[in-house]
Design a binder for this molecule. Structure first.
Ligand code: SAH
Length: 214
């Protein structure tokens, strides 16, 4: 089967699984996932599964990426923070849907490789740096949207602070891999927050501090 027909099959599967936002589906169509996976998994780039990347991390399952992106309700004028750049795949999807993506990763090597992919795709609206996502990106706050792609034991308070009024954050929350939920947090006009549990998932953990990878 050709790469293109694999991609079409994946898009049909995402639709069948309930992804209906055409902007999200077209972003999945436009981002070459084969650029973001390791060579050993190239033939599985358009399978609807998570795949390993360096340092024991993973590029998320396309369905989970599409689900979280849809839940985030991203608009073209928005400024979005992503915590957990990983391969850069989620950031690339977001870059096609919003004005600017700020993304942070605790592994220098992962970030450098993700940045090479952004350059190859000529995505000029992604700003990235090595940082501890628990601290967010204070110089750029507030953000219209925040997405966290690693599971926190509980909602990180600093990220809630860095969310704009009316803003939305989508993140996996849970202490163990068997008890994680995608949660959507909305910041109301009066500063209070509303939370909705959307779906059970399995993510790698959000880890405190920078990684010693070099
Ligand atoms: N969005 C990524 C998914 C990567 S997996 C993609 O599309 O490929 C989650 C990533 O979060 C891992 O790369 C991990 O190193 C990173 N991470 C975990 N804790 C972090 C933290 N405190 N700050 C920044 N990144 C973190």
């Amino acid at each position: 089967m050709s790469e293109n027909s694999r991609k079409i099959r994946l898009l049909m599967e995402l639709r069948r699984q309930g992804i209906s936002d055409t902007n999200v589906l077209s972003a999945v169509e436009r981002v070459p996932r084969e650029l973001f996976v390791q060579d050993a998994f190239l033939d599985q780039a358009y399978e609807n599964i998570a795949l390993p990347i360096k340092h024991g991390q993973t590029i998320s399952q396309p369905y989970v990426v599409a689900f979280m992106t849809e839940a985030l309700k991203v608009g073209p004028r928005m400024k979005v923070l992503e915590v957990g750049t990983g391969s850069g795949y989620q950031a690339a999807i977001l870059a096609l849907l919003c004005r600017r993506v700020y993304t942070v990763e605790r592994y220098r090597v992962l970030l450098r490789e993700a940045e090479e992919r952004f350059a190859e795709m000529r995505l000029t609206n992604i700003t990235s740096r090595v940082a501890d996502g628990y601290k967010g990106w204070p110089e750029q706050a507030p953000f219209d949207r925040i997405i966290v792609t690693a599971a926190a034991p509980e909602m990180p308070p600093v990220l809630i602070e860095q969310l704009a009024v009316g803003g939305i954050m989508v993140l996996p929350v849970g202490r163990s891999t068997t008890d994680q939920q995608i949660v959507r947090v909305t910041k109301n006009e009066d500063g209070s927050i509303a939370t909705e549990k959307l779906m059970a998932v399995r993510f790698v953990p959000l880890v405190d501090g920078l990684a010693q990878d070099e």
